[in-house]
Design a protein around this ligand. Structure first.
Ligand SMILES: NC(=O)c1ccc[n+]([C@@H]2O[C@H](COP(=O)([O-])OP(=O)(O)OC[C@H]3O[C@@H](n4cnc5c(N)ncnc54)[C@H](O)[C@@H]3O)[C@@H](O)[C@H]2O)c1
Length: 462
């Protein structure tokens, strides 16, 4: 068994730094980053300083890094969606085991190629389908697989993206344009399609899909709205998307958090909404209050590298996150439904939309012996099973105290480390081969939506 995994990071952005970098800093005995490739000088320097990476191992792009002799066992590929395939293939061929962000690639052919090269080279390739690693979805899978629900007849699964997360990532942010990133059903819902396949241990036979971009369009802009919210917007006091309300007041984030939080955290987040100034004052003596009043995490860590109030305000003046949501160059859908027939018989629907008051996934499963209803949210998660004959209800608290996709982020990295230490890919739940099916389903759904047709999955698999 090998001990600490020596790793290289490709892409020191939000995921690379805040998720994988943070994990390594918390668990230096498990992962040590020894090199970084990142074109943005500030991000590269920040990551290199945090991980004490010498100048010789800092690169402005992944190509020169991967031309060097191998610097460790693992490569973390955390670049944007369309920049996954080339560095991941090169890293596998250079001898690294690879952790690759989802979506594995934005074209079906590239996804297949990634699986083939991982199998050819014999190196591990894990895709960050973090939901498989959560207590919530693992409990749900056990309930189904143990037969508690009887035979599964129908699943209705909803990915409720909150209105402000939609505005942040898919209207103003990195995933707003299909040609620069991916269709939303791939970018946001490859997780959900993956979970459905995994829960049922089954494959989709054929599917269809509908959806469009309904709201975030120029013709919906309020009269007189300027290009940037801070340029004197006439509806600054009433528009939910007013950028300072989302990023400076941060009220949507804390409301969302309070909806699922418990105990002192719930009280503090509610208190912040009522009297932010008072909570800031309490923050001088209370670490709990400071976590809220001096919050520096997502989404403001995306708006500014060092998200102090001054830096965030400056970014909102002319940066992408300060734009009026009706005047961006976005084109991805804000709602989409996929209807699927699975091979063993169940019908399944996935509804994704970007207008939820609070962020969260809902799942309702109809079985021949019982029904399951589940919510997977920001601050808490639960599953309730109601048995048809006895009328008994069983409730499972599937909340996690770990942040990051209900604890899935950290458990995914744990599994990656363990698989590498034991040189046994079978310890992982989301290898490239396991992740391929959901990606193919997303491509099929997009073809069905655009072509207004039913698509046979066999066509995509061959
Ligand atoms: N697993 C999940 O649930 C989850 C959640 C969010 C994002 N993601 C995925 O993670 C990936 C990264 O997202 P992010 O939010 O961190 O993006 P980001 O834009 O913050 O980070 C990407 C980084 O890659 C860098 N980069 C660009 N070209 C490069 C090159 N040639 N060599 C090295 N680095 C280069 C960029 O400068 C940037 O810093 C995306 O594919 C995204 O879809 C996954």
């Amino acid at each position: 068994m090998k001990d600490t995994i020596q790793a290289i990071l490709i892409g020191a952005g939000q995921r690379g730094t805040d998720v994988y970098g943070a994990y390594a800093l918390h668990h230096p005995e498990r992962i040590q980053f020894v090199a970084v490739a990142e074109p943005n000088a500030k991000r590269r320097k920040h990551f290199a300083e945090e991980h004490k990476i010498p100048a010789a191992n800092q690169f402005t792009s992944w190509e020169p890094l991967l031309k060097r002799e191998s610097l460790g066992q693992a490569a973390f590929v955390c670049t944007q969606d369309q920049q996954h395939t080339a560095p991941a293939l090169t890293a596998l061929r250079a001898g690294y085991d690879v952790l690759l962000e989802k979506p594995m690639a934005t074209k079906a052919e590239e996804c297949r190629q990634l699986v083939a090269v991982a199998e050819e080279t014999g190196h591990q390739l894990h895709i960050s389908h973090v939901l498989r690693y959560t207590k919530h979805f693992q409990t749900m899978r056990d309930i189904i697989q143990f037969g508690d629900l009887g035979d599964i007849v129908n699943i209705s699964h909803r990915e409720n993206v909150s209105w402000w997360h939609m505005a942040h990532s898919f209207v103003r942010g990195n995933w707003r344009r299909e040609e620069e990133s991916a269709p939303m059903i791939l970018a946001k819902c490859c997780h959900d399609l993956d979970i459905l396949v995994w829960l049922l241990d089954d494959r989709c036979q054929y599917l269809s899909s509908i959806g469009n971009l309904l709201h975030y369009r120029p013709e919906k802009a309020p009269n007189g709205a300027p290009q940037y919210c801070l340029d004197g917007c006439p509806v600054a006091d009433s528009c939910p998307y007013y950028a300072p309300f989302i990023y400076e007041d941060l009220l949507p984030l804390w409301r969302n958090y309070a909806a699922g939080a418990q105990g002192i955290e719930k009280l503090l987040t509610q208190a912040y909404e009522r009297t932010p100034k008072l909570l800031k004052a309490i923050g001088k003596i209370s670490a709990g209050a400071r976590q809220i009043s001096e919050y520096r995490g997502w989404p403001i860590s995306v708006v500014a590298l060092d998200p102090t109030p001054e830096n965030v305000h400056e970014e909102l003046r002319k940066g992408p996150y300060g734009r009026c949501v009706y005047k961006c160059d976005n084109d991805v859908v804000d709602h989409q439904v996929v209807a699927m027939q699975f091979e063993t018989g169940p019908s399944v629907t996935l509804t994704m939309h970007g207008h939820s008051h609070c962020e969260g996934r809902f799942t309702r499963i109809q079985g021949t012996r019982a029904e399951l209803q589940a919510t997977f949210g920001f601050g808490g998660s639960r599953i309730e099973v109601s048995e048809h004959r006895s009328g008994e209800k069983t409730v499972y608290d599937t909340s996690s105290t770990d942040a990051g996709h209900g604890g899935g982020d950290n458990r995914f990295i744990d599994a990656f480390v363990k698989s590498l230490q034991a040189n046994d890919e079978a310890l992982a739940l989301s290898t490239a081969r396991q992740s391929l099916e959901s990606h193919l389903m997303a491509f099929a759904a997009e073809e069905a939506r655009l072509g207004k047709k039913i698509v046979e999955m066999e066509h995509f698999r061959s």
